[in-house]
Design a protein around this ligand. Structure first.
Ligand code: AMP
Ligand code: MG
Length: 419
C-alpha cells in the first residue's frame, strides 16, 4: 500500500503545463492565465473627478461658506468622455461630471451639493482643499506595475483589472482535452428502465461534469461493457485525441475487471493500492505506442474505482490537481478548513478517510457532518446529493467524536474559484 502523497506526486510529475492560447478576455473567464501581466495603462489613465460638481482653483474658494458664498463664472461643461482641457482663469470654474478629466488649471472639485448648481455662474458655499475629490492618474497602478501573476485564475475581478489595464486579449493555458470511459456490463443510460442486475451509469455524468467544472474540454464520454475488446476499441479511438482519459470501474481484483486486464501488462499504467478510504485501487500512467504513434506523447490515464463515492473522491484527490497542473495553475490542492464534527462517525483503520460531508458555515464557525446519515459506504451514491465537500480524517484516528476538530475541504467549481 502506498500513501496518497506518493500517488499524487506520481501524477503531478507527469502533469506538465499544456501550451497556451491567446483569447479575448470574455473567453478567458475561469481559465488559468499563462503569463505574468504588468499594466499597460496607468490606472486611472487620466486625472479625473471623483464627484459631480465643479472643477475650481482651490484658492478661489478658500474662504467660501454658507454665510459668505463665492460666485465663479462657469466656462465649460465637462461630461465623462470629454477630451476638453479648458483654460480656467482666476474667478472661473468648469462644471464637471464623475470620471471626466480634470482641467490642468484646476486643483480641486467642489461637489454639486456645496453649490447652487448654476450653469453660467455658480455659487459655492464650502471651501475645497487642493486635490480634494480628484483621482490622480496612476494612483492604482503605473504602467509596468505588476497586475496578475501567471497561474492565477481569470475570475471576474481579474478580468476587470485586465480590461482596465489595456488588455483585450490574454494568454491562457489550453483546456485539457478529457475523455471519460465508464466500464461495466451492468450499466445502462440514465433514465432507462432497469432489468435485474442493471444500474444507471452515474459515473459518466459525475466525472465528465467534474472535469468541466475543473476547466476540461470534453472530447467524448463513452460507456462500455466489461468485454476487454470493447474497451480496447474505445481507448484506441481516443488515445491520440486526448490529454487525459479517465476510466471508471474494472480496476479491482474481480474476474471481470477489463481496465486492469487490458492496461496492466504493458506497465504503461500502474495499478496501486493507496492508503485511503474510499479509493484504494488506483490506476495511473501514460499511454505510449502502440496506443499512439511512436514518439508521440500519449494521454495520461486514470483508472478510478467504479463505486460512485470512490470515483468521486479519486477524482477530487488525483484528477483535479492533475487538471489544474496541466493548466499551469499556481495552486493545485485545495485549502483545508478546520470544522467541528456535528456528530461522531467511524473511520477505517490504517487508511486516511475521505468522507462525503455536509459542511456548514455559520457565525459560530464551521461544522461538518457525514453526507450519508446511515453510515459511510463507497456505494452510497444518493448521499452525494447532500455533499458539499469532504472531511479528511488521518489514518491514525479510529473514531471521530461529536465536537472533534476535523479537516474539511469545501467544493467549489474551479471555473468560479479565485484560487
Ligand atoms: P468495479 O470497480 O467495476 O468493480 O465497480 C464497483 C461498483 O461500482 C459496482 O457495484 C458497480 O456496479 C459500480 N459502478 C461501476 N461503474 C459505475 C458507473 N459508471 N455508475 C454507477 N456505478 C458504477
Ligand atoms: Mg465493474
Amino acid at each position: 500500500m502506498i500513501e496518497v502523497e506518493t500517488q499524487l506526486a506520481r501524477v503531478l510529475a507527469e502533469a506538465c503545463p499544456l501550451p497556451s492560447d491567446t483569447v479575448p478576455l470574455a473567453a478567458a473567464h475561469g481559465r488559468v492565465i499563462a503569463e505574468t501581466v504588468v499594466s499597460r495603462y496607468a490606472l486611472p489613465p487620466w486625472t479625473n473627478s471623483a464627484m459631480d460638481g465643479y472643477a475650481v482653483r482651490s484658492e478661489d474658494v478658500a474662504s467660501a461658506s454658507e454665510t459668505a458664498p463665492v460666485s465663479l463664472e462657469v466656462i465649460a461643461d465637462l461630461p465623462a468622455g470629454t477630451a476638453a482641457d479648458p483654460v480656467i482663469l482666476p474667478g472661473q470654474a468648469a462644471r464637471i461630471m464623475t470620471g471626466a478629466p480634470v482641467p490642468a488649471d484646476a486643483d480641486a472639485i467642489v461637489p454639486v451639493e456645496a453649490t447652487d448648481g448654476g450653469e453660467l455662474r455658480v455659487t459655492i458655499t464650502a471651501p475645497a482643499a487642493p486635490g480634494v475629490h480628484i483621482r490622480s492618474a496612476g494612483e492604482d497602478r503605473q504602467p509596468g506595475d505588476a497586475l496578475v501573476s501567471a497561474g492565477s485564475r481569470a475570475g471576474a475581478e481579474v478580468l476587470s483589472a485586465l480590461a482596465s489595464a489595456g488588455f483585450g486579449r490574454i494568454k491562457v493555458a489550453r483546456r485539457p482535452r478529457v475523455a471519460v470511459i465508464a466500464t461495466g456490463s451492468e450499466l445502462v443510460a440514465p433514465g432507462e428502465p432497469l432489468d435485474r442486475g442493471q444500474i444507471p451509469d452515474s459515473n459518466s455524468l459525475l466525472i465528465s461534469s467534474l472535469a468541466v467544472e475543473h476547466g476540461a474540454e470534453l472530447v467524448d464520454v463513452v460507456r462500455v461493457s466489461d468485454e476487454v475488446a470493447e474497451l480496447e476499441t474505445a481507448l484506441r479511438g481516443l488515445a491520440s485525441r486526448c490529454d487525459v482519459i479517465v476510466l471508471t470501474g474494472g480496476v479491482s481484483m474481480g474476474a471481470y475487471d477489463p481496465v486492469k486486464e487490458l492496461l496492466s501488462p504493458g506497465e504503461q499504467v500502474r495499478f496501486e493500492k493507496v492508503a485511503m478510504q474510499p479509493g484504494k485501487p488506483q490506476g495511473f500512467g501514460r499511454l505510449a505506442a502502440p496506443w499512439v504513434d511512436e514518439g508521440e506523447l500519449g494521454p495520461l490515464v486514470f483508472g478510478l474505482p467504479g463505486n460512485p463515492v470512490s470515483a468521486w473522491v479519486s477524482f477530487l484527490v488525483f484528477v483535479r490537481p492533475c487538471l489544474r497542473a496541466l493548466q499551469g495553475a499556481s495552486t493545485v490542492e485545495d485549502p483545508k478548513l478546520s470544522a467541528h464534527a456535528d456528530v461522531g462517525w467511524r473511520t477505517p483503520p490504517g487508511r486516511r478517510q475521505y468522507l462525503p460531508a455536509r459542511i456548514r458555515t455559520t457565525d459560530a464557525g464551521v461544522t461538518v457532518s457525514p453526507a450519508a446519515a446511515r453510515g459511510s459506504g463507497s456505494h452510497l451514491v444518493g448521499s452525494l446529493a447532500d455533499a458539499n465537500g469532504y472531511a479528511v480524517v488521518d489514518a491514525s484516528i479510529e473514531r471521530v467524536q461529536a465536537g472533534d476538530v476535523v479537516q474539511v475541504v469545501r467544493l467549489v467549481s474551479d471555473v468560479d474559484a479565485r484560487l
